[in-house]
Design a binder for this molecule. Structure first.
Ligand code: ADP
Ligand code: TRP
Length: 329
């Protein structure tokens, strides 16, 4: 059976972009594949979070994973720092990762621009740690959003390089994977670009109805179409993309027709969009609140996940040590 793996950094609450770009696929895949879903807490250290915040952030994502429907009986749900085997593989991969190629990764360049006072080596080697996360379980498929494509390309490259260097066919090249046929990009509400935590334009799964209404009503639009069937400029196209994602097709078609015959009232569209998001969010929000208050259960889930992940990781690592030439005396 093929193996699926993915992770998210614990840097805030999950938003609709995380859900429709990644977590929704996790939930579907757990029925068909051997699955590992983890919380990338080592990755979050690149921005130097406060010690007191780390545990809370990890718990938040864990409760949200569970609330979205990831089932600890079907998939291994674990915290990255509970699986130290990953670090040894990270070290081996770093020996064959070159400064030039790491410096050329777009996310590194962006982060270096955003935090010029903290261009640390962890930021540079982010792609090797991510590759180690993936190939430690010899994963075949990795459900992630479009923005992770370059990191995935690096993971494939490191897996291939290891195989070539030691003349083995050991690591599969992990494929980026979207459950639907193409990677999704969920737009934000501010007129351009993607929905993201740091973009400040996100609707979180834990947002209540009042917050959602307020955010959606503030979304950027324009003066409205003046010619029938005109192309939608980005802010409006984004609202339609959100409708496409959370509303029934009939709602999308209704507003699309109104747009095409120039009778659309954006206020009505936003009201409907807000209600559809609320209908989607409400049951998830309730489950988030209920899991968050059950720490013993979450601890059990994390322990069970770590056990499964360590078993799989140490098996890979034993073989890797052997391939590299380490033998116990
Ligand atoms: P953020 O951009 O809010 O910091 P992350 O980078 O932690 O989110 O992303 C976690 C996962 O969610 C990744 O798989 C990423 O590809 C996916 N993701 C994040 N934002 C979006 C979005 N707007 N559309 C699609 N997928 C997304
Ligand atoms: N880089 C991913 C993100 O920012 C998180 C991540 C770390 C990851 N390791 C991974 C995703 C391994 C998939 C597989 O969203």
């Amino acid at each position: 059976m093929e193996t699926v793996l993915s992770g998210i950094r614990p840097t805030g609450n999950l938003h609709l972009g995380n859900y429709f770009g990644a977590v929704k696929s996790f939930v579907k895949l757990q029925d068909e594949y051997k699955c590992f879903f983890f919380i990338a807490d080592w990755h979050s250290l690149t921005t130097h979070p406060k010690p007191a915040d780390i545990q809370q952030s990890v718990r938040t994502i864990l409760a949200e994973y569970l609330a979205c429907g990831i089932d600890p009986e079907k998939a291994a749900i674990y915290v990255q720092s509970d699986v130290p085997e990953v670090l040894e593989l990270y070290l081996y991969l770093n020996m064959n990762a070159y400064l030039g190629e790491l410096q050329r990764v777009t996310t590194f360049k962006e982060k270096a621009r955003k935090q010029p006072d903290n261009i640390n080596a962890g930021l540079l080697t982010y792609p090797t740690l991510m590759a180690a996360d993936i190939i430690i379980h010899r994963a075949d498929k990795v459900p992630v959003g479009k923005d992770q494509e370059q990191n995935m390309e690096m993971a494939r490259r490191f897996a291939r390089r290891f195989n070539q260097m030691y003349e083995v066919d050991f690591f599969p090249e992990p494929a980026s994977f979207a459950y639907s046929d193409k990677a999704v990009k969920v737009p934000g509400l501010d007129g351009s670009g993607k929905m993201g935590k740091s973009e400040g334009n996100a609707i979180y799964l834990v947002d209540d109805a009042t917050t959602i209404r307020k955010k959606v009503m503030k979304a950027v639009t324009d003066a409205g179409p003046t010619l029938p069937n005109s192309e939608k400029p980005e802010p409006v196209a984004n609202l339609f993309t959100l409708l496409e994602i959370v509303s029934p097709k009939s709602t999308y078609d209704y507003f699309n027709e109104q747009y095409n015959n120039c009778s659309i009232r954006y206020g009505d569209l936003k009201k409907q969009l807000a209600e559809d998001i609320i209908a989607f969010n409400t049951p998830i929000r309730e489950r988030i609140l209920s899991y968050s208050s059950d720490l013993p259960y979450m601890e059990r889930v994390a322990r069970m996940g770590a056990e499964k992940a360590r078993e799989s990781a140490s098996k890979t690592l034993n073989e890797v040590r052997h391939i590299i030439g380490f033998r116990s005396c």
